[in-house]
Ligand binder design. Structure first.
Ligand code: HEC
Length: 96
């Protein structure tokens, strides 16, 4: 009985940790974008006709590319949050 309770608690913890890792922080993504990404282009490139990015993985790659041009050395989470923000605001790709 005791050990089963412990196991359940552990599984719940793992579930919470997993959920947090997967969750996007769109507000943080927006802040990062506003602070770093308006030097060469504004949001018009995200909505223009014939925009280059055509998928969510492509969006992650392009964010990484532009981030590297800036030499920012962002963490994967920063890339995800910024791509998540751009997707939510402009691209609207479905998450899967
Ligand atoms: C050093 C200049 C520069 C900076 C700073 C920059 N970008 Fe870019 N970005 C570009 C160029 C150049 C393109 C390609 C434009 C083109 O093809 O006409 C581009 C295109 C993009 C695209 C693709 C637009 C499309 O056509 O779908 C995205 C997304 C993007 N940038 C995101 C970002 C993000 C996020 C940041 C901040 C980390 C950022 N950019 C900062 C130069 C920059």
């Amino acid at each position: 009985m005791h050990s089963i309770m412990k196991l359940c608690g552990l599984l719940a913890l793992v579930g919470i940790a997993h959920g947090q890792a997967a969750e996007l922080n769109l507000a943080k993504g927006k802040t990062l974008t506003d602070q770093n990404c308006i030097r060469c282009h504004g949001s018009e490139v995200y909505t223009r006709e014939n925009r280059r990015v055509t998928s969510l993985p492509g969006l992650h790659k392009q964010v990484r590319r532009c981030e590297q041009m800036l030499g920012l050395t962002w963490f994967d989470d920063d890339i995800k949050n910024v791509a998540g923000h751009l997707n939510h605001q402009y691209y609207k790709f479905s998450p899967k």
